[in-house]
Design a protein around this ligand. Structure first.
Ligand code: APR
Length: 311
């Protein structure tokens, strides 16, 4: 049986998700966007790369959700990206409306799907999608930690001039300025990072990771990152569709884990055919726990604004 993935939002992140899914032959893809012609045009263009690239999947575009019926996964990237000077949180109310509509429509046609949220502010958009869909918590997942961790790994690799493949790291917390890179657990070919860099250098890399999205926005000026975000999203898609059971940091609905309840926050999870198959609860130091609490409080503030809006 062929797998099917819907990508809502055929903009920069969405189109690159479609391209990467096709390139890996993970599934047939339906791109959905409000702008007439864009999902159809980009879908056809990606399809026409198939003969050259050597992939064979169906890619279509639509302005409505009927063609998305019975998708295994729905990726929601629809919404507005950041401009210079904006935080992810500045997007809250505009993107709330977009994610609400996208979720309603997507789950109407694919009631058994797994939702992967990419739209920012990420953790609050996950909460919105879960409230609207009423899906069980294993089927609503946010993409943030894989991206933040990839950025952290990139910066460490540059600093030490070693292969990025050697570096394992874990970034917890909300997808924002309060994210929590767990420095103590970072290893470089099995060597703890703390053996290789002094505290000042580590602090600098942590700060650059926290500002990783803003750094790209400052360069691009008219939008935000999309190559690494789409790569991170598709790693999650692959783990689910192939039931690989990768352990990845993702935004998950916590119900008491880490002392947090009713909020989506980035934590290590096992991603398999059933979506989030396990949430790993690590023993944190007092400092790490304080940072995670601060991050969760920032997510809570945004969720409170949405709750007020929902009435
Ligand atoms: N339904 C479907 N598509 C929509 C809707 C909607 N209600 N509203 C907007 N869109 C589409 C836009 O037409 C656009 O094609 O979402 C797309 C967004 O694409 P871009 O503007 O290129 O933004 P992108 O860089 O892809 O970022 C999308 O992902 O990383 C996050 O912060 C980022 O929230 C942003 C999202």
């Amino acid at each position: 049986m062929r797998k099917k993935v819907t990508v809502v939002g055929a903009g920069n992140v969405g189109a690159n998700c479609a391209l990467r899914i096709a390139g890996k032959e993970l599934a047939d893809v339906v791109l959905v966007d409000v702008v007439e012609g864009v999902p159809q045009g980009k879908g056809l263009d990606i399809l026409e790369s198939g003969p050259v690239e050597g992939y064979d999947v169906a890619i279509t575009g639509a302005n409505d959700y009927e063609p998305t019926a019975n998708s295994d996964i729905v990726i929601i990237t629809a919404g507005f990206p950041r401009k210079p000077g904006m935080s992810r949180d500045d997007l809250l109310l505009a993107n709330y409306e977009v994610v609400k509509t996208a979720t309603e429509q997507a789950v109407k046609y694919s009631p058994d799907s797994i939702l992967i949220l990419v739209t920012n502010p990420l953790d609050a958009m996950c909460w919105t999608a879960q409230q609207i869909s009423r899906f069980s918590k294993n089927r609503v997942i946010g993409m943030a930690g894989v991206l933040d961790t990839a950025r952290f790994r990139t910066f460490i690799s540059q600093e030490l001039d070693v292969s990025v493949e050697n570096i394992t790291a874990l970034v917890l917390g909300g997808h924002g300025d309060t994210m929590v890179p767990l420095v103590r657990l970072v290893t470089v070919g099995g060597i703890p990072l703390t053996e290789l860099l002094d505290q000042a250098a580590i602090d600098r890399l942590v700060q650059r990771t926290r500002d990783g999205g803003a750094e790209i926005v400052r360069y691009l000026k008219t939008g935000s990152a999309y190559y690494a975000p789409s790569a991170a999203t598709v790693e999650m898609v692959e783990s689910i569709l192939k039931d690989k059971k990768k352990v990845l940091p993702c935004a998950a609905l916590l119900e008491g884990e880490y002392g947090i309840s009713g909020l989506f926050v980035g934590v290590p999870v096992k991603l398999g055919a059933r979506g989030i198959e396990k949430i790993y609860e690590l023993k944190l130091t007092a400092d790490e726990k304080a940072m995670l609490d601060k991050s969760a409080a920032a997510v809570q503030e945004l969720v409170d604004v949405i709750k007020q809006k929902m009435g």
